[in-house]
Design a protein around this ligand. Structure first.
Ligand code: FMN
Length: 213
């Protein structure tokens, strides 16, 4: 599977190389003043998302991070709070803001959403319309006619190849989610195969392309 499955049109940005897609000055032209929701689910590739959040914040984006309970086992919310400069949402039941209900106001203000890593479980939840953690609850309220949602799946190659997962991938594409990756290669479980989360530069490029469609 290619590193970017969405049907993005080409433009000048396509001439940029991987380094450009990590360069805050270059990224500023695409993300400055944009409200980006980063949904983090519980996979080992969470560490790559620290780079994504940091670069978006450096580029002038207003980044809000929502984490599933499993994601907080891999990286603590304080890391994303420090990198984004904003509160991190880890539960539906503690309202950080005065507006009520919080998931609606968060969804309303997004210009784009990136779910990374998108676990097998969160992908299944999204295509089934489940809303029992704060990430999927916010996503359930996102107006997808206006706001692109990019998923960066990440999992072991056997998990990726499960018929149930492949069905969910197909459903996600049919439902209008944009997928970036997964890539092929070394995995944290010491397997090599399909399921690596796309690199931060590829995720940022996919997000920008989805925003301009
Ligand atoms: C060490 C460890 C690594 C894991 N890595 C992944 C992963 O890369 N991808 C994945 O889909 N699930 C992975 N899982 C399983 C998920 O954490 C588990 O399915 C969890 O319920 C996902 O919840 P969430 O989708 O709500 O975040 C891992 C679990 C453990 C214990």
């Amino acid at each position: 599977m290619s590193d970017n499955n969405n049907q993005c049109s080409s433009n000048d940005s396509d001439q940029a190389n991987d380094q450009d897609w990590l360069d805050p000055v270059f990224l500023r032209t695409h993300f400055n003043d944009k409200s980006i929701m980063v949904g983090v689910s519980g996979g080992i590739a969470v560490y790559k998302v620290c780079t994504i959040v940091s670069r978006l914040a450096q580029a002038g984006a207003n980044v809000t991070v929502a984490m599933t309970p499993a994601a907080t086992k891999f990286v603590t919310p304080i890391t994303f709070q420090a990198l984004s400069g904003n509160p991190v949402y880890t539960t539906s039941w503690e309202h950080i803001e005065s507006q009520d209900p919080q998931h609606i106001s968060l969804a309303d203000r997004c210009d784009a959403v990136l779910v990374a890593p998108c676990t097998m479980n969160t992908l299944a939840n999204l295509v089934q319309g489940r809303t029992d953690d704060v990430l999927t609850l916010i996503l359930s309220a996102v107006d997808r006619k206006r706001v692109p949602v990019v998923l960066a799946p990440a999992m072991n190659d056997a998990m990726w190849s499960q018929p149930s997962n492949l069905r969910n991938v197909e459903l996600a594409v049919t439902d209008g989610f944009t997928l970036v990756g997964p890539g092929v290669g070394w995995q944290a479980c010491r397997h090599s195969g399909t399921g690596r989360m796309s690199e931060p530069a590829d995720c940022l490029k996919a997000l920008q392309q989805a925003m301009k469609e």
